[in-house]
Design a binder for this molecule. Structure first.
Ligand SMILES: [Zn+2]
Ligand SMILES: [Zn+2]
Length: 95
């Protein structure tokens, strides 16, 4: 599965599981990805009455960019994700 923003490949968290679940649906559980739902309503920035919310999955690096651009979202990233090298973490949200 590719990042909805930059189109980089995002590997499944469980490589044994692969790209799809046993029922054939897409495995959206991707390594360090962020699931984002954007929605609106009547009189709002976007009225998504007919289109529904936008659901995207973005990669780790795009999630870091999102949190830098909108610091209010960083609260959600507290306790983010594990890193392989605690002395050299991938971002400020890693533990
Ligand atoms: Zn990306
Ligand atoms: Zn990170």
């Amino acid at each position: 599965m590719m990042c909805s923003n930059c189109t980089n490949y995002m590997p499944p968290v469980d490589s044994q599981q692969g790209e799809f679940w046993d029922d054939g649906s897409v495995n959206q559980q991707r390594d360090n990805a962020l699931h984002v739902h954007l929605t609106g309503g009547y009189g709002m920035f976007v009225d998504d009455w007919e289109t529904g919310p936008l659901e995207v999955l973005i990669c780790h690096d795009c999630a870091v960019k999102l949190f830098k651009l909108f610091p209010a979202f960083q609260e959600f990233a507290n306790g983010g994700h594990p890193t392989e090298d605690r002395n050299n973490p991938c971002c400020e949200h890693a533990w």
